[in-house]
Design a protein around this ligand. Sequence first.
Ligand SMILES: Cc1ncc(COP(=O)(O)O)c(C=O)c1O
Length: 388
Amino acid sequence: MKTPRPGPSPNSPAAAAQEADIDRSDLAYRRWLSEAVAKVQADANRSADTHLLSVPLPADWGVDLYLKDESTHPTGSLKHRLARSLFLYALCNGWIRPGRPVIEASSGSTAVSEAYFARLIGVPFVAVMARGTVRAKVDLIEFQGGRCHLVDDPSEVYGTAARLARETGGHYMDQFTYAERATDWRGNNNIAESIFRQMSAERYPVPTWIVATAGTGGTSATLARYVRYAQATTGICVADPENSAFFAGWRDDDPAVTTGTASRIEGIGRQRVEPSFVPNAIDRMMRVPDAASVASVHVLERLLGRRAGASTGTGLWAAFRIISEMRESGERGSVVGLLCDPGERYVEKYYSDRWLAVQGLDITPYLERLDAFLGTGSLSGPEPIRDR
Ligand SMILES: Cc1ncc(COP(=O)(O)O)c(C=O)c1O
């Protein structure tokens, strides 16, 4: 029930005289909203920053590699930051209402984090995802009290989420549109500001390159805007997997590019150039074969004793390529990548020989090249990629 502010009754002669004055204020809703915003802010207040891990490489290479470990957020991925920003943005825009569901199209990680925030403020949550999404993510969403609506065609997630929101009176969060603008890119401990602060005591404190990957494009937009705003010389490279539209869209300056097949690298690589991708702020893009992405996370496990999802491998392969180039040209400096989410979610995919065989992914040649790289500092490439 709407609780109006005290004032003339809407049917009183006084109200009728105020011809074009419509007061929609609802104090009960505003109290609910204040409590919801306070809960999200208190959650941020309880949270610690994520670690910037140093990846051991021979010191005499003169190039240092770091990974921002976003898997340690309460909901296990870099999407925790985004979900918090999206909830605050939607709450303050008046888009989320008490008792009404929040609906999202997701490849899983965002939905896990959004289910957490939906529960925190006490609204229902529905994730619309492709049927091929790993079971572990469905379990995590349900664990957080969310519901999963699976669709056969991955390109249907957007339309289905919008329809479910219309039918239920809920709110379609639409991370693919709003990720770039919901995030406070100038600072406020965003991922970029945190990286620069954590790098400040290193031997090469201003990274030569930061390598990101793109799902919504939001993370790369925040990084790219921040380095420009901070007047840093750091280049932002986006590594893109097979079957993703971002690379061709960026290369050809064509936001209408689409692909016919979904990405196998969960969380990144989209069949269309998402509205949150900000191409003009990106300095460089690199296409990475899926087998190279998977091989790279296997090598990361040897280097750090940690498993990560394959999107981390996509960025890592690109970082290794950049380090190899810097070695070749004698350039010294630092490169920062992202550890996006934990590998435990993907035991049945990227860490399964059976899944790799079914997909026809042979990671052995890439493992051999990575072994050679770790010995010599030289990684050959690039190589041709054929989309499926
Ligand atoms: C595991 C993982 N890595 C990387 C990304 C890329 O992040 P962004 O959506 O900010 O482009 C995503 C996005 O969904 C993801 O789920």
